[in-house]
Structure formats: C-alpha cells, structure tokens
Design a protein around this ligand. Structure first.
Ligand SMILES: *Cc1c(COP(=O)(O)O)cnc(C)c1O
Length: 372
C-alpha cells in the first residue's frame, strides 16, 4: 500500500545526514530537533501551538485529558473510523456516542450529531476520514450553539485545506479547539517509527497539554496532574523535519494518482470513485472505492493474486466491534456505515506510484468487475 523505501531513496542523502546528526549529538529525548520540527510544523499549519507526542492515539487521549472531560461525559464521534478514536474515549471512562456518516464523503453527518446531543454531551470528535475534512463549518456552528469542544482527529488528513463560506481557509487540525495527528510511517507525513502531535491555538490549553504529556509535571519532580509519558523522540523529529519540506509535493503526487484512478473508473456503474466535498481538498490518505453489486471478496482475492494489495478500511463498524458492544446500539442503527463496511475497498495509494503501476492496478480492477 505504500513504498517507503522508494520514497526514502529520493531523499537519502538529506535524511541520512539529519539522522546521523541526532545520533552524534546524543540528544535523543527533547533535543533541539524536536523543538525545530514543532516550530516548522506550527508555521506550515498556521497553528499557534504544536505539542509533539508519541503517537496519534496519545494525541487524542491527551487532548481529552486536557479538556478536563469527566467520566460519564458524552463524546460524539463517527461509527465509521479507525478504532483509536473510540478507544481513548472509552479508556478515559467517557461515553462514546456514535453517529452515522454521510454516504458520499464517509465523514460524520452533522444532522446526526445534532440529534445525538444530550445535556451530558461535552465534545465532538470529527474524523477527517481518508484525507478530507468533515463539514467543519456546520460542526463548529453546532459546537458553538451547544458549548461543546471540538477535537479533530486529523490523523489521516494532514495538509488538507478547508474553505469556509466567508472564503477563509484553514488547514485540517487548526479548526476545532484541539486536534490530534499521527506520524505513523504510512500516514501522509510519516516518520520511521511512531509519532504524533497535538495542535491548538489556545494558550492555556497548550500549557496544560505540555504538562500532561510529561507526567503531569509542572516543575521538575512536582506533579500537579495525573499525566502520561508521551514523547516524540529526536530521531523521529529529525525525520519529520526533512519530510515536512516535501509534504505538499507528496500530497500532489497522491492527488495525481487519484486522478488517474478516477479517469480509469469514470462511468463504470459498478464502481463509485471518491467524492470530493466542495469545501475541502482531499489529500488521499486512502483511495477508497464503493463497489456496487460486485463481489468484493472476489475482487480482493483477484487483486492480491496479482500482488496488488486491496485492504478494506474498515470491515466492521465501531458499534459491532466485540470490545465495544453496547446495549444502546444494534445492527441496523447506522445504515450508511454498515453499507460502507460491506462495499468499500482501497487501492494502493502513495507518493511513488508511476503510470505503469497505476495502469496495472486499474486494468486489473476493470478486468474483474467487467467480467463479473
Ligand atoms: C492512525 C490513526 C489514529 C492513530 O494513530 P497512531 O499514531 O497509530 O496511534 C487515530 N485515528 C485515525 C483516524 C487514524 O487513522
């Protein structure tokens, strides 16, 4: 699904130098590279504060801890997402309230959010799924109306841009009160291990986030809060600082690959290509198709036999995951999510796909669906 070796080969000299410098400096934890990267990322995003941490899951957890959410508080999120989003809500003793997604963008449905609000609701976690922003204009309006926090799960959408009705443009992760991103190797801005960051424009919240990621420590060995140990190490920060310079180029390469697929599958009744919302750019963390009246397992096997990976993101909705079975929900509650889980399939999407590979993949998909 990704070609991290091919990507590395093109920036090898620069990358090796950056990594060797960190090793030579022996400043592995909280070294100058961490500070340099966090400043560079804040500038790229137009965010006031970037707080690095160990991974995207921690980013979301720490964000919820800093907002002082209490056990029993309800947090609304999407039923069609990676598990991490709901996992941290559950771990903190908060109550995940799931809502359905929109059939075109796969992002959380604002109308469904409105219906799910109760006096216990404290926050909304929109997930910018597969690389495009949820309807943030509407979500922020709902949040303001009901005085709720918005925690963006921007793990899949770094670099995506959202345009508001007044023409202003903001990057994914800089719209809500706080946001989490992941630098997992296969993410759009990936390091060579685990990494993550939290963004906010709120000074007081940023101060709180910095304390929580560092054992709740305000002054050395004085712990005013229960915190966690969640650090981005200097080697990963050095890797990320090199790659950040290429992020826009990488995004453009993903968008070119998506264009190729879109053209290849246009007008094929059995394939619905990704719908791009009019307010957000799409950075194509995943290129995900909906199959209509086509044997998905058959297609997946056909592609795999040709050495084309074709995973399903995600095969099981959150409310039907064993660990999250809840008497409040049952099968049929989130029809859009449930239908997507049965009909989506993702194709290889990364920065190193050339025409020959794209042609090979698209031809294989079409050969299968047309002969069915
Ligand atoms: C990757 C991802 C996460 C978690 O990130 P990690 O760095 O793997 O912990 C959370 N939410 C979404 C939507 C993701 O895609």
């Amino acid at each position: 699904m990704v070609d991290l070796v091919g990507q590395y080969q093109k920036i090898k000299k620069e990358m090796d130098e950056a990594v060797i410098n960190v090793i030579g400096s022996a400043a592995f934890i909280n070294g100058p590279e961490v500070n340099n990267f966090q400043k560079a990322l804040a500038q790229y995003l137009g965010a006031k504060h970037v707080i690095p941490c160990a991974n995207g899951t921690d980013a979301l957890q720490v964000a919820m801890m800093a907002l002082n959410l209490k056990p029993g508080d309800e947090v609304i999120t999407s039923s069609f997402t990676f598990i991490a989003t709901a996992e941290v809500i559950a771990l903190l003793g908060l109550t995940p309230v799931l809502v359905d997604v929109l059939p075109d963008t796969f992002n959380i449905d604002p109308e469904a959010i409105r219906k799910a609000i109760t006096p216990k609701t404290k926050a909304i976690v929109p997930v910018h799924l597969f690389g495009q922003c949820a309807n943030m204009e509407e979500i922020m309006a709902i949040a303001n109306e009901h005085q709720l926090y918005v925690i963006e799960d921007a793990c899949q959408a770094i670099g995506a841009e959202y345009t508001f009705r007044d023409g202003s443009v903001k990057k994914a992760g800089t719209i809500g009160h706080v946001a989490g991103v992941s630098f997992f190797p296969s993410k759009n801005l990936g390091c060579y291990g685990d990494g993550g960051a939290i963004f906010t424009d709120d000074d007081a919240l940023a101060a709180q986030l910095k304390v929580i990621v560092n054992h709740g420590m305000t002054v050395r060995y004085y712990h005013d809060y229960v915190g966690v140990n969640s650090r981005l190490d200097s080697l990963q920060a050095a890797v990320l600082r090199v790659k950040l310079n290429y992020l826009d180029e990488y995004t453009a390469q993903r968008q070119r690959a998506a264009d190729y697929y879109n053209r290849a599958f246009a007008d094929n009744a059995k394939i619905t290509t990704p719908v791009i919302s009019k307010n957000s750019t799409h950075v194509f963390h995943q290129y995900t198709l909906i199959l209509n009246h086509t044997n998905r397992d058959g297609l997946q096997k056909y592609l795999n036999d040709k050495e084309i990976p074709a995973p399903v993101y995600y095969p099981v909705p959150l409310h039907l995951q064993k660990a999250y079975i809840d008497p409040r929900y049952s099968e049929g509650d989130f029809p859009v999510t449930e239908k997507l889980c049965k009909s989506v399939i993702s194709l290889p999407m990364h920065t190193e796909l050339d025409e020959e590979q794209l042609n090979y993949i698209a031809t294989a998909v079409l050969d299968f669906v047309n002969q069915e």
